[in-house]
Design a protein around this ligand. Structure first.
Ligand SMILES: CC(C)(COP(=O)(O)OP(=O)(O)OC[C@H]1O[C@@H](n2cnc3c(N)ncnc32)[C@H](O)[C@@H]1OP(=O)(O)O)[C@@H](O)C(=O)NCCC(=O)NCCS
Length: 389
């Protein structure tokens, strides 16, 4: 019989980290690891499954905020450390954890990163945003013109102090973007100190610091170097372009790799568009609408005739029902639905990564008025988070 408990003290948190890490085939946290990981345990947000007194499964969430289409910022749970001990899998332990977590979250929406694509749909999470890994041929990359601002390199201590403040000051604007919590920065600092040649540069424009980039350069062979960009945020186009000018003009770098949104305009920076190659497209954001009425009201809609959407949610039946969506907003109604969609797929269209018509073509949803629904949920920017957790 699985018993789900909320954990509250440090010894339990460390046991939680150990169970999760074992599920991922990693060893338990060392004392040094634990110093880094411990700040990411927030009381009230850590759940574990027990068989009598043995911990057999884990999940937790971090309190954060998420930008939705139209620019509103809503409270958001960043769900992480999902794992079940290998000798207890496929007996419903994760199902019990997810059920408890979703019914107790204070936030109207949750997102996570999935280790496998088949795990989370059944719990109402939909694939809501993907990233594109691009490789830039730095030796052939020419960005015409000069920088408009200044790029300066920081030492590690200054970067550690400045980046959390700067990230907050840059603000949240991109749908899919999330705020970062103190434990996130502790992990980022640790990753940087492990990669001892990690470098942070900050861009300043006329109004002060307005962008930053963290990267690492690795020598592959015979002075051939590859740069990996680990973190890149900017407040305006000038900062974005200047930071690309900086990385493409660095000596000794042959290839630059970065994860960007599906519609990132990086290709158009260069005289020769072929210097940018898409190496991969991978899922980034899995999104769960926890409070469907609130989340439908939180975003804005495009111009189209109103559509009545029937939502089905097996795990959180309070969301079940029909919602009339129009350019003025969304409200719950007692009307016949034009189309019906399970909550995981509503999560998939919510930020604009996919459309109702695409889901209907794939026989994942059925109904009428698909074009109007597409136009209502249309976005002018593809979602991209840019914060891994
Ligand atoms: C993924 C994991 C947490 C699932 O835990 P679990 O307790 O076995 O899950 P449940 O028994 O509650 O499974 C619920 C359903 O999901 C299915 N399922 C669970 N994990 C699955 C997977 N990896 N692939 C396909 N189906 C899966 C089960 O078959 C079951 O289906 P059913 O209801 O039709 O029988 C566990 O396998 C694990 O810890 N894996 C390694 C770590 C990991 O990948 N964690 C996720 C990090 S994002």
């Amino acid at each position: 019989m699985t018993d789900i408990r909320v954990l509250s003290d440090e010894a339990q948190f460390r046991a939680h980290a150990t169970v999760f890490r074992r599920a991922m085939h990693w060893g338990p946290p060392s004392d040094d690891d634990w110093k880094v990981v411990q700040p990411s345990y927030e009381p009230d947000r850590v759940l574990a499954a027990f068989d009598r007194e043995e911990m057999i499964g884990t999940t937790q969430s971090y309190a954060s905020s998420l930008v939705v289409p139209g620019g509103a910022v809503v409270p958001h749970a960043a769900v992480s450390r999902v794992g079940v001990r290998a000798d207890y899998t496929r007996r419903g332990v994760l199902t019990a954890l997810m059920r408890e977590q979703l019914s107790s979250l204070p936030d109207p929406v949750a997102t996570l990163r999935a280790s496998e694509g088949r795990i989370y749909g059944r719990f109402g999470y939909g694939l809501a945003g993907r990233w594109r890994t691009v490789e830039v041929d730095a030796k052939r990359a020419v960005i015409p013109g000069e920088m408009t601002g200044r790029v300066r390199m920081l030492d590690q201590d200054t970067a550690d102090k400045l980046l959390p403040e700067l990230h907050e000051a840059l603000g949240l604007s991109r749908p899919g973007q999330i705020s970062r919590w103190p434990g996130w920065w502790a992990r980022a600092r640790d990753r940087k100190s492990v990669a001892e040649n990690s470098v942070t540069v900050v861009h300043s424009g006329p109004d002060g610091d307005d962008g930053f980039l963290t990267y690492k350069v690795t020598e592959e062979k015979d002075f051939k170097h590859r740069m990996s960009i680990a973190d890149f945020e900017w407040a305006n186009d000038d900062a974005w372009r200047d930071l690309w000018i900086y990385v493409t003009r660095l000596d000794l770098v042959d290839q630059i790799e970065d994860d960007v949104s599906l519609d990132d305009p990086v290709t158009w920076l260069f005289e020769d568009p072929r210097v940018v190659r898409t190496k991969d497209v991978f899922d980034e954001i899995w999104l769960r609408l926890v409070d469907v009425p609130r989340m439908l009201q939180a975003r804005t809609y495009g111009a189209a005739e109103p559509v009545v959407i029937g939502v089905r949610d097996r795990l959180l039946p309070a969301n079940d029902g029909c919602y009339r969506v129009s350019p003025d907003g969304a409200e719950r109604v007692e009307e016949q639905a034009d189309l019906t969609i399970p909550v995981d797929l509503l999560g998939a269209v919510y930020l604009g990564d996919t459309t109702f018509s695409q889901l209907a073509a794939a026989k994942r949803i059925s109904g009428t008025r698909l074009r109007d629904a597409d136009a209502l949920f249309a976005v002018d920017r593809k979602p991209y988070c840019g914060t891994f957790f």
